[in-house]
Unconditional design. Sequence first.
Length: 157
Amino acid sequence: MDKMKAFIVADVGKLERVERPIPQIKEPDDVLLKVKAVGICGSDVKILEGKHHFKPGTVLGHEFCGEVVAVGSGVRHIKVGDRVAVDNNIRCGFCSFCRMGMSSQCVDIKTSALGVMRDGGYAEYCLVPKNNVMCFHRKLTMCSARKSKRWQRSSTG
Ligand SMILES: [Zn+2]
Ligand SMILES: [Zn+2]
């Protein structure tokens, strides 16, 4: 299996450069990205300082964008070669907050956020659910797109 370089938060204060297998499409809704730009957020710093929850061993990086290199069988709105921005907060769509249009408070966010509880963008590749990627205009650069926060309002800002 091919490997990629990644930065994981091994523990509080411990950012480690590691090699990991390149993620593979497993679910019909999966989208595999080649990461092209990623930001360093205040939340990343808080994680390393032990002031923000995280899952040890997770690839950090929750503000990123990239190019689609593979999609699952259930992905229709995104295709290989598309340039996409990522919303790192995976929402359930069923809890009372989601049903009231307040998905920023979804009960799943604290347990599933990319780059916090699930592998994020400080890696060469990242697996993202289809509902968390959005194509952006071809005139935008990757660096501009990864700053897009319009649809990212949540606990991991
Ligand atoms: Zn929800
Ligand atoms: Zn952030």
